[in-house]
Structure formats: structure tokens, C-alpha cells
Ligand binder design. Structure first.
Ligand SMILES: [Zn+2]
Length: 111
């Protein structure tokens, strides 16, 4: 069972992480528009632009799904089950929750 003090700390941590992830989403969203045609920037740099756009889009997808999980963690944080593994029901270590407050699985089940 996670103490009230730890829950309060985790809540602050989640709110801070949400701010960071939202800023990432704005930044990555701005980077992932359409790439200009060949004649505008040259063939090689266009390929580089397409490749880095693909990486940005992947990061954008990751950031969006992390935000959903953080939102969900925040709705659950005062629930008695918060911090218990969804799969086996064992407590998730506090260190893991501090590192990844959106964790829903213990280390064993996440692996
Ligand atoms: Zn587990």
C-alpha cells in the first residue's frame, strides 16, 4: 500500500511529466509536416528530411500514448489499487513508479 505522502509525490511527478510530454507533442507535431519536394531542397537532404520526419512521427506517437497513460495514472492515484500490478496484483516498487508513474505492471510482468 502506497502512503499518502508517496501518492502526493507521485501526483506531482505525473503532473510534471504531463507538462513535459505535452511540450514534446507540440514540438514534434511542428516537425512532422509534409516534406518539401526534391527541387526545393535537393535530393539527399530531402531523404534526410523524410527519414527524420519518420523518427519524429514515431516519437510523436510514443509521446501521445504516454500522455494517455499518465492521464489514466492520475485518475487512479487515489484508488487503493494504485501501484498494484494489473497482471499479478503484486505491489509495483516505488522506485519503478517514481521512474515511470504510468506503470501498470511490476518488473516481472512487464518483461
Ligand atoms: Zn506483476
Amino acid at each position: 500500500m502506497i502512503s499518502q505522502a508517496d501518492r502526493a509525490r507521485l501526483r506531482k511527478h505525473i503532473l510534471a511529466e504531463q507538462e513535459k510530454v505535452r511540450a514534446d507533442i507540440v514540438y514534434l507535431g511542428a516537425q512532422s509536416g509534409p516534406v518539401a519536394p526534391d527541387n526545393a531542397i535537393g535530393r539527399l537532404s530531402r531523404m534526410e528530411a523524410i527519414s527524420s520526419r519518420g523518427i519524429n512521427e514515431a516519437k510523436l506517437g510514443d509521446a501521445k500514448s504516454r500522455l494517455v497513460l499518465l492521464d489514466y495514472a492520475l485518475t487512479r492515484i487515489d484508488h487503493p489499487d494504485f501501484g498494484l500490478c494489473t497482471s499479478c496484483g503484486d505491489p509495483i516498487s516505488l522506485a519503478r513508479l517514481q521512474f515511470m508513474p504510468e506503470s501498470r505492471f511490476c518488473v516481472d510482468c512487464a518483461g
